[in-house]
Design a protein around this ligand. Structure first.
Ligand code: PMM
Length: 296
């Protein structure tokens, strides 16, 4: 599991939403989620992120028992198949059950805010913890998208959560931070955060970026008549985000379409390796004595 944080190319985290109402796959993958997860891994996903609760804007909470009924058999099936598993949950009880079943990452979009027991629970588990920027549940988050300076404020709020979960006992070197694109953010905020990744990198932990098929890509790609392409038609734009994130060494990207992001990471990596190191500016030759005298 610590191998996931070793130096290396950007990790591709494949999304496996086991929900009837995920905005991005419409429940399309629910029929055989284990087979789908195995396929994502075979396509190059370093991790498969299993989620049993939709966090799309406006979504209500799913009952804790129902969430676990959705994700646990899938986690068990994927672990048995040798797939490294992450679980997208805001609940400590779910986190505990899935890590005991072999999941290696707890991906908490609420950064520990939705369940006060999350940080102390994760502290006692053998797993990585993805801590995302979050301001409130999906049914109210759009009303919380107010910032004076989004990069600075998201950075400060992430830093506060980082200190809180470390104080609760989570090992700092097992934490990944995520700016939480689309969570209490407008499209403009999402772009500012991508443009401001350097500032978030200064917080210390590795970063995960979850841009896949999100609304800000839809509005970017809108046609001249304002028609917004559906989520499944945003994969090329998602892969472009992956390439740009990978070019700057971002730790991971969370995506629906794994092959296009795996290709994007390879391109970024080859490009980086082919780029000659910056040449130090030439030391100016000492001016001839006569000239120095003439110009003084
Ligand atoms: N986005 C969604 C769900 N889980 N987890 C992390 N770490 N980062 C994200 O940006 C994120 C997430 C919502 O998107 P989905 O419904 O397509 O999964």
């Amino acid at each position: 599991m610590d191998r996931l944080l070793a130096p290396g190319p950007t990790r591709v985290v494949g999304i496996l939403n086991v929900t009837p109402d995920s905005f991005s796959d419409g429940g399309h993958h629910v029929a055989d989620p284990v087979a789908r997860g195995v396929a994502l891994h075979a396509a190059g996903a370093d991790l498969v992120d299993v989620g049993g609760e939709s966090t799309r804007p406006g979504a209500g909470r799913v009952d804790a028992g129902e969430e676990l009924r959705r994700v646990l058999p899938v986690v068990e099936g994927l672990v048995a198949a040798g797939v490294p598993v992450s679980v997208d949950t805001m609940r400590a009880a779910t986190a505990r059950a899935v890590v005991r079943a072999g999941a290696v990452v707890v991906n908490d979009v609420s950064g520990g805010l939705a369940d006060p027991a999350m940080a102390a629970t994760v502290a006692g588990l053998d797993c990585l913890y993805v801590l995302s920027h979050w301001r409130g549940p999906s049914d109210v988050m759009n009303s919380l998208a107010t910032y004076e300076h989004v990069v600075r404020e998201v950075g400060a709020e992430l830093s506060g959560r980082l200190s809180a979960v470390v104080a609760a006992g989570v090992a700092r070197e097992r934490i990944v931070l995520d700016p939480g694109l689309g969570f209490a953010k407008t499209a403009e905020h999402d772009w500012s955060l991508l443009g401001g990744l350097a500032e978030l990198e200064r917080l210390g932990p590795p970063l995960l970026v979850g841009a896949s098929r999100k609304r800000f890509l839809g509005s970017l790609l809108a046609g001249p008549d304002g028609t917004v392409p559906p989520p499944a038609e945003r994969d090329a734009a998602t892969a472009a985000v992956t390439a740009l994130a990978a070019a700057r060494g971002t730790w991971g990207v969370r995506v629906h379409d794994v092959p296009s992001s795996v290709a994007a990471v390879r391109v970024a990596d080859a490009w980086r390796r082919a780029t000659p190191p910056a040449v130090a500016p030439a030391v100016p030759a000492a001016a001839p004595a006569g000239l120095a005298a003439a110009s003084s």
